[in-house]
Design a binder for this molecule. Structure first.
Ligand code: GTP
Ligand code: MG
Ligand code: NA
Length: 284
């Protein structure tokens, strides 16, 4: 593929946060699926990847009238577990991504695995967007299914707006205590230094258009170099003449059950030493 701004690969986004903040449910909401209820105890125990093609994102964000701005072919989102015993999987997930969504439950604020996730992202200098989830749990919330957040907020009573602002302010303070500036995304004038917060509900879909659009715009704006294709990995695939980077593909191989999710894929060329590559793979 040619290397140009007109031919960007899909950004890889990892979704992280404390247990039960609604990471899987948010992805279910975007996909229109119900994976979360099928999980044992409702707990995610593995890394999963979902590809959202640009057409889907365009459809979900059309109310925000930002249509023409989509330059990437889609978005690959990686779900990670929030349970404390899966630090290794969170670390793998955060290592794979261009950008992350950090999910915080508006009723609970920052929790131990929120802070752990934050530190993983800081360590790798990965930018992220905060999804302030479960806004529908605010007492008296009026659902506006799948609506952009500003429109939704206008429909809420003064009491709900007040309660929302009170919780938001507390959570901004908690981020400050972790050394991070955060602000509601539509008030954030200095994206980059200040991280954006998008209020969402995975149940009624408010704020989902905002979240998707912000992810795509932010990656397109700041990561053009990273998103241009490189020709490093080449291979022959049975069912596809060509695959583009950052698409989910199914790999069939012997002993695959021993492979660890999130490790790099190495391609052995005719001039490569197999033992050297084996060694790098084991170190990964
Ligand atoms: P782990 O992967 O186990 O860390 O959890 P998770 O962050 O993926 O959360 P999950 O999607 O499993 O949701 C946890 C619980 O919160 C489920 O009962 C969801 O139905 C509920 N939930 C998630 N998002 C929302 C939301 O926006 N509003 C409400 N009311 N409930 C939600
Ligand atoms: Mg989950
Ligand atoms: Na869960």
């Amino acid at each position: 593929p040619n290397q140009s701004e007109a031919n960007l690969r899909s950004p890889i986004c990892c979704i992280m946060g404390h247990v039960d903040t609604g990471k899987t449910k948010l992805l279910d909401c975007i996909r229109g699926t119900n994976v979360q209820e099928g999980e044992a105890g409702g707990i995610t125990q593995q890394i999963g990847a979902t590809y959202f093609p640009a057409e889907n994102i365009r459809e979900r964000t059309k109310e925000l009238k930002a249509d023409a701005k989509l330059k990437v072919p889609g978005l690959l989102v990686i779900d990670t577990p929030g349970h404390e015993s899966f630090t290794n999987l969170r670390s793998r997930g955060s290592g794979l991504c261009d950008i992350a969504i950090l999910v915080v439950d508006i009723m609970h604020g920052l929790k131990p695995q929120t802070i752990e996730s934050l530190n993983l992202l800081k360590m790798r200098n990965t930018k992220f967007i905060v999804a302030l989830n479960k806004v529908d749990r605010l007492y008296g919330w009026k659902a506006c299914r799948n609506a952009p957040i500003v429109k939704t907020m206008k429909q809420q009573s003064k009491d709900v707006q007040h309660e929302f602002n009170r919780r938001l302010t507390d959570i901004i303070t908690q981020f400050k205590e972790q050394g991070l500036n955060t602000e509601l995304y539509y008030k954030n004038k200095e994206m980059g230094e200040t991280f954006s917060i998008v209020p969402t509900s995975a149940i009624s879909g408010e704020g989902i258009p905002d979240l998707l659009l912000l992810l795509v715009q932010w990656t397109q704006k700041t990561m053009v170099d990273k998103l241009m294709y490189r020709n490093e990995v080449q291979g022959t695939y049975l069912h596809h003449k060509e695959i583009k980077a950052a698409q989910g593909i199914k790999i069939t191989a012997q002993g695959l059950e021993h492979a660890i999710a999130g490790t790099s894929l190495y391609v052995v060329g005719s001039h490569d030493d197999l033992e050297d590559i084996k060694e790098s793979a084991m170190e990964d």
